[in-house]
Ligand binder design. Structure first.
Ligand code: NAP
Length: 249
């Protein structure tokens, strides 16, 4: 496998599970030193162990992304364990509390925006200036297809990811002139630990797309890794749908 990420450190939030864990695995297989973050230290250790067993380099840094102090210290710890630099930031961690607007429990609104919007915002604030100083870096944000169209039950979740979609463009404008590329992927229904509880409704959601099936973490991670790589050197400020064509119809 090509080692095109050799010498680069990649911070993957939500790297303990689902899409993030597969992104971490693929980046490490291509030579990146991966810093995996999440809350669950047991899952973190397992993700790190899997990468090391395959010959890759990885570390786990625990963080509570709904706590701003923890977000800021994650950035600092990632730089420290990453050899003094973070070259790739994948803002993947997310929570998806679906449900009627009138039934959003107290505090859930704030914690959803904290994890899905505030954490990526302050990770970029902490890490992008140093990327810009070095003249290179790549940021990939993970949004969702329901950030683009309205769907009942997705108001809170979709609006957080729509904010992240706009931040992708804003950061592209802000940091692009310094050589830092910023893009997003917009997945459709994807089988992960986090969507297990949705049961059949995940598949039902997938039938709305022309390919008529649920995606895999490998398919989503491949898009993330492509955007983070030099193969995407001229791709900037955009969002790549990985949704079986749902946004097209
Ligand atoms: P998942 O399996 O539930 O994993 C979520 C990850 O985020 C875990 O690693 C979790 O870490 C981390 N996380 C959640 N809350 C956190 C917090 N407060 N502090 C720190 N870390 C936290 O999710 P997934 O399905 O892979 O989804 C990954 C991303 O893709 C999310 O942003 C999601 O919105 C987006 N997405 C998913 C789908 C889908 O169908 N799966 C579709 C579109 C978009 P710990 O468990 O270790 O705390």
């Amino acid at each position: 496998m090509t080692q095109d990420f050799a010498g680069r450190t990649a911070l993957v939030t939500g790297g303990t599970s689902g899409i993030g864990r597969e992104v971490a695995r693929q980046l490490a297989a291509r030579g990146a030193h991966v810093v995996i973050s999440g809350r669950d230290a047991v899952r973190g250790a397992a993700a790190v162990e899997e990468i090391r067993a395959a010959g890759g380099t990885a570390d786990f840094v625990r963080a509570e992304l709904d706590d701003l102090a923890s977000v800021r210290s994650l950035a600092k710890e990632a730089i420290a364990v990453g050899g003094g630099h973070v070259d790739v930031l994948v803002n993947n961690a997310g929570v998806f509390p679906f449900g009627a607007t009138a039934e959003v429990a107290d505090g859930v609104f704030d914690s959803t925006f904290a994890v899905n919007v505030r954490a990526p915002f302050y990770l970029v604030a902490e890490l992008a200036p140093a990327m810009a100083e070095r003249g290179h870096g790549s940021i990939v944000n993970v949004t969702t297809m329901v950030a683009t169209f309205g769907m009942a039950g997705m108001a809170l979740y979709g609006s957080t990811k729509a904010a992240l979609g706009l931040l992708t463009k804003s950061w592209a404008a802000e940091y692009g002139p310094s050589g830092v590329r910023v893009n997003a992927v917009s997945p459709g229904p994807t089988r992960t630990e986090g969507t297990e509880a949705m049961g059949d409704s995940l598949g039902e959601l997938a039938t709305q797309g022309p390919l008529n099936r649920v995606g895999t973490v490998a398919e989503v991670a491949a898009g993330v890794v492509f955007l983070a790589s030099d193969a995407a050197a001229m791709i900037h400020g955009t969002s790549l749908p990985i949704d079986g064509g749902r946004l097209a119809v």
